[in-house]
Structures are given as C-alpha cells and as structure tokens.
Design a protein around this ligand. Structure first.
Ligand SMILES: Nc1ncnc2c1ncn2[C@@H]1O[C@H](COP(=O)(O)OP(=O)(O)O)[C@@H](O)[C@H]1O
Ligand SMILES: [Mg+2]
Length: 224
C-alpha cells in the first residue's frame, strides 16, 4: 500500500485549510493528531478522494484520487459519526449494499456478508436495526460494511469518541486485529501510543511526522 501526497493542499476560497505537503505513507499503522479544526479530517478525506486537492495531487497505489474512482475503492473511511454512513435500516442489508453497488452476484454478496460478520464476531448484529445500536456496536457495524468490499486501506476518524471504557477497549482490540493498512485520527492518545509514525497537524500545517512519543510531546506543546 502506498499513499503519496505531491504538494497536495486544500483551500476554500481565500482560506487555506491544508498547506501543500509532500509525503509518502507506507506504514501499516499511522496516527493523526492535532487540535480541533487543524486539518486532520481534510487530510484524511484527500486519501480517498472525498475531498479533492485544490493544489497538487494525491496518489494511492499509483492512481490519482482526483481522476480515478478505483483509487478511492482501495480506501475505506469510517466517519466521525458512523450513524451517518449506515444507509440501510438493517445491519445485514447495509453490509450488502456496498457489495451490490460493486456488482457482485447474490451468492457472492451472501458469502462476503457472512465472511465479514464471522471475521468480527458480529453475527449477533446482522438482523439488528442500525438506529438501535450502541456506540460500540455502531462502530462494529460500520467496520463490517466498509471492510466487506475489501479495501486495502482503512481510515478511522476518531473511532473511540463518545465510547465508554468497555466499548473503547473493544474498538482498540478490533483495530489491533486489522491486517489492512490503518490510519487513525484520534484525541485518544493511548490508541496510537506505540505507533512508529504519527502526524501532527496544527492550523492546517503538518508540524511533526515522528514516532508516537515525539509526536505526542509536540502536540502537548501546541495544546499548552
Ligand atoms: N467544506 C468545507 N468548506 C469550508 N471550510 C471547511 C470545509 N471542510 C473543512 N473546513 C474547514 O477546514 C478546517 C479544518 O477542518 P478539519 O479538517 O475538519 O479539521 P479537524 O478534523 O482537524 O478538526 C476547519 O477550519 C474547517 O472549518
Ligand atoms: Mg475531524
């Protein structure tokens, strides 16, 4: 998996929310930290083409995210509020939805839904209604829907936000179990504590790109 930013930046009118930056991301785990409004989500959305760079380009596995739909299908994204991305009322149907839109046959869809539910021990959620799920269950259902289509890269935007200690622990263990390249935006610094690569954003600028201990130290200086 390779993600390359080539002088990629984002401005809205005269306002620059992400200063152009150049970097390669190849690690299996990457953390992103920074104050509210520092540009973390904007940076992450560039990786799957949800946001287009207004300058430069972003290339995922050799494909430009601005003009290649295939680039975005390599990247799953779980939003800050996962209830906003579960489209169908019943969990099983929501997992099937993304597969349907990618043209899989009924038999393939059934097999892939069963496979992802088994992978995450989430069979008990299959026939539940999404709006009745707890925060931890919602994260789990969203994870099943997003990973069912087999993206090689997963982005999680503040996945432990609003979770109680038990659900937070569940989500942390889930994340540890993933073989996918995983990029985590978080204020939960314990979640990324062992990571070799953590990016720190401040006021739309990448201000540190370092192992967790150094990056967290920099973030604490900024927040002080
Ligand atoms: N579509 C948009 N139009 C205008 N401004 C935006 C848009 N999306 C984000 N921003 C602004 O960009 C800045 C960075 O936002 P964001 O990347 O969401 O920060 P973070 O995720 O670090 O909290 C914020 O000031 C936000 O208001
Ligand atoms: Mg954000």
């Amino acid at each position: 998996m390779n993600i390359r930013f080539e002088s990629a930046g984002v401005s809205y009118g005269a306002r620059t929310v992400l200063q152009p930056l150049t970097l390669d991301l190849t690690e299996n785990r990457i953390g992103i930290i920074g104050l509210n409004g520092s540009g973390k989500t904007t940076f992450a959305r560039l990786i799957n083409g949800l946001t287009k760079p207004t300058t430069g380009r972003v290339v995922v596995n050799g494909r430009d995210t601005s003009d290649d739909k295939a680039a975005s299908s390599d990247v799953g994204f779980i939003f800050q509020s996962p209830q906003n991305q579960i489209i169908l009322p019943v969990v099983r149907d929501d997992i099937a939805f993304g597969l349907k839109s990618r043209g899989f046959s009924k038999a393939e869809i059934d097999a892939k839904v069963a496979e992802v539910l088994a992978r995450f021990n989430a069979g008990h959620l299959a026939d539940r209604r999404a709006h009745e799920l707890s925060g931890g269950e919602l994260q789990l259902a969203a994870l099943c829907s997003v990973l069912a289509t087999g993206p090689g890269i997963l982005i999680l935007d503040e996945p432990t936000n609003q979770l109680d200690l038990r659900n937070r622990g569940l989500v942390q263990r889930l994340i540890e179990s993933l073989h996918e390249t995983t990029i985590i935006i978080t204020h939960d610094l314990e979640l990324i504590a062992g990571y070799e690569r953590v990016l720190v954003f401040h006021a739309g600028q990448l201000v540190a790109d370092a192992p967790a201990a150094d990056a967290i130290r920099r973030y604490k200086e900024i927040a002080a």
